[in-house]
Design a protein around this ligand. Structure first.
Ligand code: NAP
Length: 365
């Protein structure tokens, strides 16, 4: 007897939604039972709604192509079809929060890629390898949302997902200051070179809201549980610059860091060993990365094109660790923004929630 969970994808036609479709089409635990998007797509089959808009290299899975799309606002119709939903929609923040809370109030757990609820102290913002203990805040949130059993868990912004996993094991040495510059792919804006031709042969030194998120979100991920909610960490001090660069997928980050107790280079490399095991590996979650962290000795690695798919796009590639003249050390790291940074990270978070019994599924023989 094994368990299976019925899953909805809200925003299924978008860039992140399409990634969800690929990741879930043959998932061992999850079965897609509902697709939803805006009124514009509702009523059409997934295949016809995406005519000319399918942006993945892989083919659209045949078992999903013929499913018809629901209006995401028709929660009464969707709730009985699912055990939980993934949500990735392009709406105003207040509208997104309203939509996600409406699902939660209807008793449907929401695993969200959107930023609308990230700042709330009772909404866990999870990187499964780092802060699964924050899931305890779900109890307080359920009380706020009316106790039907639904809740919202979010994943952090894609920009922080290469450098926070690399820095996390170094917190033991007391990280005091971080300066980071991110080089972010165009898929992070839901775009391709066809839909954003201005990005060919170009760099744009501004991504709205990204630097604030990059400086603030790590402090929530590194926060502590206090009185049933998450209290943000006060340190380290983080300064971020975020640039849009002409690559399809993969966010790179150049990091400089100072410590209270400066480690040796060997101590840092020990923290980044390939056989590092974290909770997802211990629990054998289907999306657990192996390796989770990989350090490249070559001076010209990691490279976006060569290394973004490490561990099915869930691994963090690191390289070029060296001493810095202003900070203690500097290095470069890379992760796949729509896998580790978006849909893949959300799927792994959902696996964690299911494994830890926060989401109930159905028994299947
Ligand atoms: P996208 O490609 O623009 O897709 C947006 C989705 O939202 C589509 O399915 C769209 O449906 C749906 N939608 C639009 N208006 C709606 C409405 N009024 N009601 C219900 N659904 C509506 O956006 P995306 O890049 O996938 O991003 C989605 C979310 O994920 C955003 O919050 C973004 O910040 C976040 N995110 C993206 C990335 C990334 O790498 N792209 C990474 C992390 C987080 P229609 O097709 O019917 O219009």
């Amino acid at each position: 007897m094994k368990k299976q969970w019925r899953v909805g994808i809200i925003g299924a036609t978008g860039m992140v939604g399409q990634r969800f479709v690929l990741l879930l089409a043959n998932h061992p635990w999850f079965k897609v039972t509902c697709l939803a998007a805006s009124k514009r797509s509702a009523g059409q089959t997934y295949h016809s709604a995406l005519d000319g808009r399918w942006r993945m290299e892989e083919e659209m899975p045949a078992n999903i192509a013929q499913m018809s799309i629901h209006d995401a606002n028709d929660i009464d119709a969707i709730a009985p079809l699912v055990d939980f939903v993934f949500c990735a929609v392009s709406l105003e923040k207040n509208e997104t929060r309203e939509l996600e809370e409406a699902y939660a109030r209807a008793g449907v757990p929401v695993v969200s890629n959107n930023s609308a609820c990230r700042g709330l102290e009772d909404v866990p913002m999870i990187i499964p390898e780092i802060n699964a203990d924050h899931l305890a805040a779900i109890e307080k949130q359920k009380e706020r949302l009316g106790g039907k059993g639904g809740f919202i868990v979010v994943k952090p912004n894609c920009s922080i997902q290469s450098y926070v996993p690399a820095l996390h094991p170094l917190r033991y040495f007391g990280i005091e200051k971080i300066s980071v510059c991110t080089y972010q792919a165009i898929s992070g804006a839901g775009k391709s070179f066809e839909t954003w031709p201005e990005m060919v042969d170009n760099v744009i030194p501004y991504i709205g809201g990204e630097e604030e998120k990059s400086e603030q979100e790590p402090l929530k991920v590194w926060g502590q549980m206090y009185d049933g909610v998450i209290q943000n960490a006060q340190t380290p001090l983080i300064s971020a610059q975020c640039l849009r660069v002409p690559v399809t997928d993969g966010h790179m980050a150049a990091v400089s860091v100072s410590f209270r107790n400066k480690p040796t280079k060997e101590q840092i490399l020990e923290c980044w060993q390939e056989d590092v095991r974290t909770l997802p590996q211990e629990l054998q979650l289907p999306s657990a990365a192996s390796p989770y962290l990989k350090y490249f000795e070559e001076n010209n690695r990691p490279q976006t094109k060569l290394d973004r798919n490490l561990s099915n796009g869930m691994g963090i590639s690191i390289g070029r660790l060296r001493e810095d003249k202003i900070f203690d050390y500097r290095f470069v790291c890379l992760s796949h923004n729509t896998l580790r940074g978006a849909a893949g990270g959300a799927v792994e978070t959902a696996e964690l929630l299911c494994k830890l019994n926060y989401i109930k599924g159905e028994k299947e023989s």
